[in-house]
Design a protein around this ligand. Structure first.
Ligand code: ADP
Ligand code: ADP
Ligand code: MG
Length: 662
């Protein structure tokens, strides 16, 4: 076993690797950028070395700096985590050249699977079924559209260098093909520096089922069963589970054997995942699954496999990289129970899963039988520089139903204030009837988007509590007990106060009436809600509304208050009286950058008439392309940015004026 390793990554995966290394008595070296000086992974590691600026290209993606850091720290091996340099064959090669061990497969194996087109050709030769389509060299648009026609629409254009769902476009009709091809190529060029694409038959309502494989330097290969990762938004996984619902022993063997064949074909060593897409129009069937790609690294969702197989995959990685044989044979591996993982992101599902940033002023995870892989602590920030993953939450139980119930409950007990998160979305998703019944598919989230992602108005109970707190002078709370502050307010003898609450895009007016003691009435136009404030004896706050008691927690967050009630998060913002601009923005004269980023394409010129919903500017932020559209019909009054400009959050990008003043 190594005595010291360097982890060339950040966030939750760096923290997770450090934990296993520590258990095995291996010292750890973290690396960090300017943005991560005080980050969790840095604090957890035994040593940490600064490697450069916040931009990933100048730090976590810099092969040279990482190898220099490993040398400085006298590390023997480098673990790349996932993302960043984890599937970069040149990096693996440079690590070996520097006399260090790369904790992962050989550069040759990475290269063989690095490009989806070459990987598919290789798999075809190895007798692994692949998705029908064109994966040859030719790239002329005319030729590709011909291929798409012969495959039959709908088709999927995929960047051959793709990953993380980027550089992918579904096309339903030949007319849409040229624009989709252009967009896929543009995204691929900027994300991977390679704009070559392949065309695949687009399967309708398929399932994403992948197999965890492991190989050692002695030539042994095993699989650790499957994971179902069909719940996806923008081709990115959201909730994963193991095993896959409805899996038969026959199908599991067929997929497991195909995955092992794939790994053997490239002399695979270490942890890898073979991703398949299963056509389930006639149920799961052993002759209807196809190879999509192989990820030659540890996967984000590996904890569900660890849960059902009872192994520590990072420990396996370290042992195998150190030359030991696989800790278990295929016959010694078995599935025990059911596991789910949910990815908690800082993002806004009601705005197309737009990544969010912010300082996590409050962060609580459930205790008990739940595994939390977090990369941030309370007080840490989600910055625009990296992936906005806050934590992964993994549950394990004897059967699917019990595990899913545990997942919902754990999500409901998770509290995040300071950044918009996908928690409410995950909770709704965990209860979605098709998923609940064990029928996930990759189109489910899109189909159910309205029900799963629509911004929900706060319910009466949340409104009433927020109003009482607001009336009691929430601004002066400073973390002290609001119940207490309210008592003080009542002593002043004021019996009734008007309150306006602002949430999402709406607002509510009401009057808070103190009834004496801990009793209040909150009167809206058409209804009055009686509220009793209580404590549960352990210092936790409770309320009784209409004869029903609930626990309530609340925290001051940026520009307002976050309230947690009955497993839901409600954010109420206070308008800044000095900023009259907010209403104007909502009125739609100004196109505002939703986050810091790069202006990639400006689609309009000054003086040009535009229609509501028309694409005006394409930005790239947090590794994603965002299309900013016209808030209403009008004429471009002035353009404040050009292509290639870097913008800050809330920067005004463009001004519109009404058409008639043109
Ligand atoms: P998985 O199938 O394991 O989810 P993905 O290909 O989606 O793997 O990517 C793994 C993770 O790494 C994702 O969270 C993704 O956002 C992140 N990631 C991918 N590419 C990069 C990159 N260049 N820099 C930083 N993070 C990345
Ligand atoms: P990435 O490298 O970005 O992870 P993948 O090839 O693994 O790309 O595909 C990501 C996701 O896109 C899949 O999990 C699936 O949901 C969807 N997808 C990929 N190929 C197809 C296809 N041929 N038909 C339908 N959906 C597909
Ligand atoms: Mg994939």
């Amino acid at each position: 076993m190594f005595s010291k390793i360097l982890i060339a990554n950040r966030g939750e995966i760096a923290c997770r690797i450090i934990r296993t290394a520590r258990r095995l008595g291996v010292r750890t070296v973290a690396v960090y950028s300017d943005a991560d000086i005080g980050a969790m992974h840095v604090a957890l590691a035994d040593e940490a070395i600064h490697i450069g600026a916040a931009a990933a290209g100048e730090s976590y993606l810099s092969k040279e700096r990482i190898i220099v850091a490993a040398g400085r720290a006298n590390a023997e091996a480098i673990h790349p985590g996932y993302g960043f340099l984890s599937e970069n064959a040149d990096f693996a090669e440079a690590v070996e050249k520097a006399g260090l061990v790369f904790i992962g497969p050989s550069p040759g194996s990475i290269r063989a699977m690095g490009l989806k087109d070459a990987a598919k050709a290789l798999m075809e030769r190895a007798g692994v079924p692949v998705v029908p389509g064109y994966h040859g060299e030719r790239q002329e648009p005319g030729f590709l559209i011909e291929q798409a026609g012969s495959i039959c629409f709908p088709v999927l254009i995929k960047a051959r260098a793709g990953g993380g769902g980027k550089g992918m476009r579904r096309v339903d009709r030949p007319d849409d093909f040229p624009a989709a091809l252009e967009a896929a190529k543009r995204e691929a060029k900027s994300a991977f520096g390679d704009d070559a694409v392949l065309i695949e038959k687009y399967l309708i309502q398929p399932r994403h089922i992948e197999i965890q494989v492991f190989g050692d330097s002695q030539g042994n290969v095993v699989h650790l069963f499957e994971r179902d990762c069909s719940l996806q938004r923008r081709h990115q996984k959201v909730i994963e589970e193991a095993p896959a619902p409805g899996m038969t022993q026959e199908m599991r063997s067929a997929m497991g054997e195909a995955a092992v064949r794939a790994a053997r074909a490239i002399d695979y060593r270490g942890a890898g995942t073979v991703e398949f897409i299963a056509d389930v129009s006639n149920g799961l069937s052993p002759d209807h699954f196809f190879f999509m790609e192989m990820n030659t690294r540890l996967q984000v969702e590996h904890p569900v496999t660890e849960a059902i197989a009872g192994v520590d995959l990072v420990e396996w990685q370290l042992r195998i990289a150190g030359g030991e044989p696989l800790p278990k044979t295929q016959a010694e591996l078995a599935i025990n129970g059911w596991a789910f993982e949910a990815r908690i992101y800082a993002e806004d599902p009601s705005r197309g899963f737009l990544p969010a940033t912010g300082t996590l002023s409050h962060l609580r995870f459930p205790d008990g039988d739940v595994r939390i892989d977090a990369g941030v602590r309370e007080g840490d920030s989600i910055t625009p520089h990296y992936d906005p993953l806050i934590a992964k939450l993994t549950v394990h139980a004897p059967d699917r139903q019990a595990a899913l119930a545990r997942l919902t409950r754990a999500l409901e007990q998770t509290q995040v204030a300071g950044a918009t998160t996908n928690l409410d979305f995950l909770i709704r998703l965990s209860r979605q009837p098709d998923f609940f019944a064990g029928r996930p598919d990759t189109g489910l989230i899109d189909r159910e988007a309205e029900a799963l992602t629509s911004a929900q108005q706060p319910d009466d109970a949340a409104l009433a509590i927020a109003a009482i707190v607001e009336a009691g002078g929430f601004a002066r709370l400073d973390g002290s007990d609001p119940w207490h502050a309210l008592g003080a307010w009542q002593l002043w003898g004021e019996m009734s106060r008007p309150v306006t609450l602002h949430f999402g895009s709406g607002q509510a007016n009401c009057r808070v009436i103190a009834k004496g003691g801990q009793l209040f009435s909150v009167a809206f136009d058409d209804r009055t809600i009686p509220v009793r404030l209580m404590a549960d004896g352990n210092g936790a706050r409770r309320v009784e509304i209409d004869g029903r008691q609930s626990s309530v927690d609340m925290f001051e967050a940026s520009h307002g208050m976050t309230l947690f009630l009955d497993g839901r998060t409600h954010h109420f913002h206070r308008l800044d009286p000095l900023d009259g601009g907010e209403e104007a923005t909502a009125g739609g004269d100004r196109l505002i950058a939703p986050m810091p980023g790069l202006v990639k394409i400006v689609r309009v010129r000054e003086g040009e008439a535009v229609a509501k919903g028309q694409a005006l500017i394409i930005m790239e932020a947090m590794k994603m392309e965002l299309t900013l559209t016209a808030m209403r019909d009008g004429v471009v009054e002035s353009l404040h940015v050009g292509e290639g400009d870097q913008t800050s959050e809330s920067a005004v990008l463009l001004l519109l004026r009404p058409e008639d003043t043109a």
